[in-house]
Design a protein around this ligand. Structure first.
Ligand SMILES: [Zn+2]
Length: 417
């Protein structure tokens, strides 16, 4: 069997044929070159409007990198014709294997992009003796194609989240679809302002926004404002993950100031190394941590009282009826307001202020999976943290869409990986 025969099995073109195959390069870096020519009597097709036209002239031969074979680099070689297009003027012809002006074939681009979901971009470049830039361009191509071809017709629930990006409070706003039938990253915007989220709704379109049934967010004011304006009909839910993040922050604040206080008074450092102890759920503690927690509870420290208030609040999420959940919350807030622990009082005030949105959690129960936003948040952070090369916003954006977007891929006769 010849290389040409295999090529025709994996990638056949109507108007082009494979010709001669050459062995090039050195023993360490071998290469195969395969000549491509147009079929006899075929007219070149304009790359702009995809209509056939009269041939104009021919450009020098170009090499297009194809999927490697047995560790051998493979190149298609073709001298593109130019078309004298009736509508567009003189243009380079459309080559079905080419990726725009890039020196990669589509097949190779998709191949690299597919590996870039499993390995870091740097690793992909090393393994396939390609460049970081080629991998990036391939992923970019896959994301552009996928975003242009994704189906947005059945989005009922979305979750809005933000992640810190780069040092110093820079944020990205991420919008996820969190339906039980489909979970994916839909949209990314810079910062977390009113303008940011308005950008999402502009992209998503008024008609689709009208079909939204549930929206999950944090209590972040700009988000609340935009959602009330753009999707006021949807049930707006403040989700468990984001609420509990506020508890965690308050607890840290209480602990940190108490440590300072105790140190100033010359007490031994009973609270040091207790940070994770107080943030963990009791069922996740190790035996040693359990003992330390029991010890700490003997002191009537603010940190410990705050910890107990937080643990008590966890019970809130187990309610089924919004009515009883509301009663529980009211009692908890009254108690906390009397606690004299400022950061916790702040949490209570915040909960009171958003009472109705919080109770929406129970109205939407069973239709929203609480873990989804949290899971995405973790994966998004991980993706941006592997950030070599994502110094630009565009790089981070492309990486996030590629890993979390569940984007479609074109159907092809052969899968190279
Ligand atoms: Zn044209």
């Amino acid at each position: 069997m010849q290389i040409k025969t295999i090529l025709n099995r994996v990638q056949k073109f109507k108007s082009f044929v494979y010709k001669q195959v050459r062995w090039l390069g050195s023993a360490e870096a071998p290469e195969l070159e395969i000549d491509v020519v147009e079929r006899a009597n075929s007219r070149p097709v304009c790359s702009n409007c995809r209509r056939p036209g009269a041939g104009y002239d021919r450009l020098p031969r170009r090499r297009f990198e194809f999927v490697p074979l047995w560790g051998i680099k493979v190149f298609l070689v073709y001298a593109p014709r130019r078309v004298n297009c009736h509508d567009c003027g003189v243009r380079v012809e459309f080559m079905p294997w080419a990726l725009g002006k890039r020196p990669l074939t589509k097949a190779y681009g998709w191949f690299l992009a597919s590996w870039a979901k499993r390995l870091s971009w740097k690793e992909v470049a090393v393994v396939f003796r390609s460049s970081w830039d080629s991998v990036f361009r391939s992923v970019e191509m896959a994301v552009e194609w996928g975003r242009a071809h994704q189906d947005l017709s059945d989005v009922q629930s979305i979750g809005i989240d933000e992640i810190a990006w780069k040092k110093g409070h820079k944020y990205l706003t991420l919008v996820y679809q969190i339906d039980t039938h489909c979970k994916r990253l839909l949209w990314i915007g810079k910062k977390r302002k009113v303008k940011t989220l308005l950008g999402f709704f502009r992209w998503f379109g008024a008609e689709r926004s009208q079909k939204l049934k549930y929206i999950c967010t944090d209590m972040w004011k700009p988000y609340l404002k935009v959602i009330a304006k753009k999707a006021g009909h949807a049930i707006h839910v403040l989700d468990r993950f984001h609420i509990m993040v506020h508890f965690g922050k308050a607890l840290n604040e209480v602990r940190a100031s108490e440590v300072r206080e105790l140190n100033a008074k010359g007490y031994e450092a009973i609270l040091t190394k207790s940070r994770w102890l107080l943030l963990k759920r009791p069922e996740n503690l190790t035996e040693k941590q359990e003992i330390k927690l029991a010890e700490l509870l003997q002191y009537n420290l603010k940190s410990m009282r705050a910890y107990l208030l937080k643990e008590e609040f966890q019970f809130f999420w187990s309610y089924i009826s919004p009515h009883w959940a509301g009663q529980f919350m009211d009692k908890w807030c009254t108690k906390t307001m009397r606690s004299k622990i400022e950061p916790m009082k702040k949490v209570a005030k915040m909960l009171r202020k958003h009472r109705e949105l919080l109770l929406n959690w129970f109205r939407a129960k069973g239709r929203l999976s609480s873990g989804v936003v949290e899971g995405f948040n973790t994966r998004a952070k991980l993706t941006t943290r592997k950030s070599f090369g994502f110094r630009t916003y565009h790089g981070a954006e492309i990486a996030l869409y590629h890993t979390l977007g569940a984007l479609p891929e074109p159907k092809s006769t052969h899968r190279f990986c």
